[in-house]
Design a protein around this ligand. Structure first.
Ligand code: PRX
Length: 643
């Protein structure tokens, strides 16, 4: 391996490293009181002794049986972590606290969009998880079975995930903003036996008809035997007798016990699968495990956000994406902290909803996406100014590059220039934060700073040679990490090809990036067929297949173009079938069509009707050329273009 050791920088007279560009340093008291006050020392230690570093983290958690080996590299790239160990992540999230004072601490604060709220203690959460696990068992769910979860942001989504994990069943959460086609495809691929949903979800003052969408999807998914429905909106839904069951009825059954043994799992047993879009074709499911994943997310949240049990942590993502899995549900519980889940939209009923939540619950750390920051920034400084945000001590961002203007607004108006911003770069596949600051390092707006302890990154050119600092190239990772994906569900070849095929021995992220001379990384964006809309990861193939499922469309291509709030917006180019005429009405209809099939986030911003699409001689659409044309940029190498 080419070594890219932890960077150390030359200090100036005041003890701070001399660095290029604008740097924001934390106040001395922030540094003094953090869990890892000396970044360089730990970075060097972890770099020299990767296994020792992770073993130390793992020892802070409980294992039924300890591991024989921390990292098993005998079958690369199928790395294994903590082999031989027996564990269950739920034991560490809940069970182990039941004989300590933590049982009475609040695990989850939940606020509904309408203002209703719940505070659930660790003991109460454990009881609900045990009961629901017993319900699932009664419905025939066993270790290794897949369960699809398609719900709004309600506490029961966490209960459902934890109950599956407790039994060793593999959950497959599908984001509640997806619609029929996306849901059906994911249920079918996973061959889930059971689905858990809600009658509906409140969002922006409206109801998302989750159960209705589930019903439509299930007409194509014969593997599902039962659907458990959580009542949230109370709006009437059709319940299919024999198949559909109300959560509250099942849970109220006096025969259901409050006690449920936690299944003893191998560290490498799958915990969940999560679908995400990749380079080509249909979305694929990423596999995460009980052991390594648990250690990775535990240590990263603790060290990056300096998380303590007293913290009131708010990750404002959706539980349906990896951010919610790792950092709303599992890791805050592993760290015995209190996590807030908010059901609704950020600006509902008015633009200070989030700031009111921070004040009301005395949130100490807010973690969100650049798109949300830009969206709320548009409403001006007065809205946050009406609220006491003094409880905040750290801020975070994830999902896409943050533009320095939004970073500075977040820093000044929300963090009152006191709160360091942790810009965390990571992916569904990585499971945990990968390139990220900690509260003690100098921050440069727009950079995720350096790789987390024990990691090494490189920026390569097409041929696989590292590019000089300051130049753009392909971001790759050089060393394994415990929360890494283990494979692509039921498609190990794709795992090898997509992530390890291009540069042997190096994990390909799919992102382009630069490194500056201080060793700071600047992620630029995706270099594949993934579009990041408002931080949500969508595949061009899925949106295009929704478009061509409309009878008027013969062919479609989609690209992402810059957008002020969304970061990137979807632009679609459609060739119509013979006899169809382009019109604004048709464009509007196509947008709705995509919304109905894929989900509202996948609706194209604009649709352009064209007669031809740029293609390679082998028939692959050259989205790169479409993008260059739309932006008025040079088209680059077009030697493979068919025309
Ligand atoms: O392009 C990068 C971008 O989001 C991608 C991963 O998306 P997903 O799997 O949905 O996971 C998102 C949440 C972890 C990356 O390949 N990305 C994520 N975080 C950042 C980012 N780009 C720049 N800066 C970030 N902090």
């Amino acid at each position: 391996m080419t070594a890219t050791p932890a960077t150390s920088m030359t200090p100036t007279a005041d003890g701070r490293p001399e660095m290029e560009g604008e740097v924001f340093w934390p106040a001395p008291e922030v540094v003094q009181h953090t869990i890892v006050p000396d970044w360089d020392a730990l970075a060097q230690r972890a770099d020299h002794d990767l296994e020792g570093f992770w073993a130390e983290q793992a020892r802070e958690l409980d294992w039924y049986t300890p591991w024989d080996k921390v990292l098993d590299e005998s079958n690369k790239p199928f790395f294994k972590w903590f082999t031989g160990a027996k564990v269950n992540i739920v034991y560490n999230c809940l069970d182990r606290y039941m004989h300590t004072a933590i049982r009475n601490q609040v695990a989850l604060i939940w606020e509904g969009e309408k203002g209703d709220s719940r505070e659930i203690s660790y003991a109460a959460l454990n009881r609900e998880v045990c009961r629901f696990a017993n319900v699932l068992k009664g419905l025939g769910v066993a270790k290794g079975d897949r369960v699809t979860i398609y719900m709004g942001r309600v506490p029961e989504i966490a209960v459902a995930m934890l109950a599956c994990a407790k039994l060793g069943a593999i959950h497959s959460v599908v984001y509640g903003g997806f619609s029929v086609d996306a849901l059906a495809g994911r249920i079918d691929d996973s061959q889930s036996r059971l689905a858990i949903t809600c009658d509906g979800a409140f969002l922006n003052g409206k109801i998302v008809q989750l159960k209705q969408i589930m019903d439509e999807a299930l007409t194509r998914c014969p593997s599902i035997e039962h659907v458990v429905v959580v009542k949230r909106t109370g709006a009437g839904v059709a319940m299919q007798s024999g198949r559909d069951l109300w959560y509250h009825d099942l849970m109220a059954d006096p025969a259901i016990s409050d006690v449920c043994p936690t299944e003893v799992m191998d560290a490498e047993d799958p915990l969940y699968i999560l679908y995400t879009s990749g380079t080509t074709g249909e979305p694929k499911a990423i596999v995460h495990t009980h052991g390594g994943y648990m250690v990775g997310i535990y240590a990263t949240l603790k060290m990056v956000f300096d998380l303590h049990p007293e913290d009131r942590w708010w990750c404002a993502a959706d539980p349906g994406w990896v951010t919610g899995h790792s950092y709303i549900v599992y890791s805050p519980l592993l760290n015995a902290a209190t996590s807030l889940m908010y059901e609704g939209a950020p600006a509902f009923p008015q633009p200070d909803r989030w700031w009111a939540l921070i004040e009301k619950y005395r949130i100490s750390i807010l973690y969100t996406a650049p798109t949300a920051i830009r969206g709320l920034m548009r409403f001006g400084d007065d809205w946050p100014g009406r609220h006491d945000l003094s409880s905040l001590r750290l801020l975070g961002t994830v999902g896409e590059p943050i533009n320095p203007e939004a970073w500075k607004w977040y820093h000044r108006v929300i963090g009152h220039e006191r709160c360091p911003i942790m810009d965390t770069w990571w992916q569904t596949e990585t499971g945990m934060f990968m390139i990220t600051p900690t509260p003690v390092v100098g921050l440069k707006p727009g950079s995720g700073t350096r790789p987390f302890f024990g990691l090494r990154a490189e920026i390569l050119d097409e041929a696989g040679n590292p590019v000089p600092d300051g130049e753009e190239g392909y971001l790759v990772l050089l060393r394994p990490w415990p929360a890494m994906l283990r494979t692509v569900y039921q498609d190990p070849d794709r795992y090898v090809r997509q992530y390890w095929g291009r540069y042997p021995g190096k994990y390909v992220t799919g992102d382009s990036a630069k490194r500056d001379r201080d060793g700071y990384y600047w992620v630029i964006g995706r270099v594949d067929d993934v579009i990041k809309v408002s931080g949500y990861r969508l595949g061009t193939a899925e949106i295009e297949s929704a478009l061509v499922s409309h009878p008027a469309v013969a062919e479609a291509a989609t690209i992402g173009l810059p957008h002020d709030v969304k970061g990137t917006a979807i632009h679609a180019y459609c060739i119509l079938r013979q006899g169809e005429t382009p019109s604004d009405a048709l464009a509007a209809e196509l947008r709705e069509h995509v919304g109905r099939h894929m989900g509202p986030i996948a609706k194209p911003e604009a649709i352009t009707f064209v007669d031809k699409l740029p293609k390679t001689r082998s028939g692959k659409i050259m989205r790169r050329v479409l993008k260059a044309r739309a932006l008025g940029l040079p088209e680059g190498d077009i030697s493979t273009l068919e025309e």
